[in-house]
Unconditional design. Structure first.
Length: 226
């Protein structure tokens, strides 16, 4: 029986990436909704919700009023313990929906580096550089279990029982299509000390192929226990 999956996008190039194939292999029919265009009234009740990344802040609902509706939808879903996966902005939206504070971090974290304090589901990513691309962070929501940290950002991944998983980093990132990130985030890259397009491109070419294999394993392990 086909299962339904709604992937909520905030910018077109931050899609399911390397996670799309294993999700389809697991029997999910993938549908996208684009925030700012598609309203939550049309989201329905998918078997799995995936909330993707984007450059805006969760707290910028004065500029992006639809954020309030998105957060309310996520909050209702998490209260009902329905399977939900968040990536980057998606992890922050889940945290906010659970009542946790989301705020600017001590520094922007852009580029490939390893996690620390890796545990639980994230074991395949131990010692594996992953892609980070964020300036905000969040307090760990009540009831959540922390799975990984970095020196800049303590809360890098968390789980909520068996139904919720959130990544501050980008385990879905892959080399294919990464040039769209370099174009779409050109202004942010230019403003980030020590970060360059050529450096990000070279690191992605070297590291993404192994990282996505391990990231997919984490995803499969989580899906298996839903």
């Amino acid at each position: 029986m086909t299962k339904t999956l709604l992937a909520v996008r905030h910018v077109a190039f931050e899609d399911l990436g390397g996670f799309e194939a294993p999700l389809k292999d697991a029997g999910y029919a993938v549908r996208y909704a684009d925030m700012g265009i598609d309203g939550v009234a049309g989201f329905g009740d998918p078997d799995l919700l995936v909330v993707l990344g984007g450059p805006l802040g969760v707290y910028e609902d004065d500029h992006y009023p639809w954020l309030k509706d998105e957060i309310a939808y996520i909050a209702a879903r998490l209260k009902a313990r329905k399977p939900t996966l968040g990536i980057c902005l998606g992890a922050q939206l889940m945290a906010r929906a659970l009542g946790a504070r989301v705020y600017p971090g001590p520094a922007k974290e852009i580029g490939w580096k390893s996690l620390s304090m890796v545990s639980g589901l994230l074991a395949p990513l131990a010692d594996q550089p992953v892609l980070h691309w964020h300036g905000d962070t969040f307090d760990l929501p009540n009831g959540a279990t922390l799975l990984a940290s970095t020196d800049i950002c303590r809360n890098q991944a968390y789980v909520l029982g068996r139904y919720g998983l959130a990544f501050q980093f980008h385990p879905e990132a892959q080399g294919s299509g990464f040039e769209r990130w370099l174009i779409g985030h050109a202004c942010e890259i230019a403003a980030a000390p020590g970060v360059t397009v050529t450096g990000l491109r070279a690191d992605t070419a070297q590291l993404a192929s192994t990282a996505i294999i391990k990231g997919r394993q984490v995803l499969r392990d989580w899906l298996a226990q839903l």
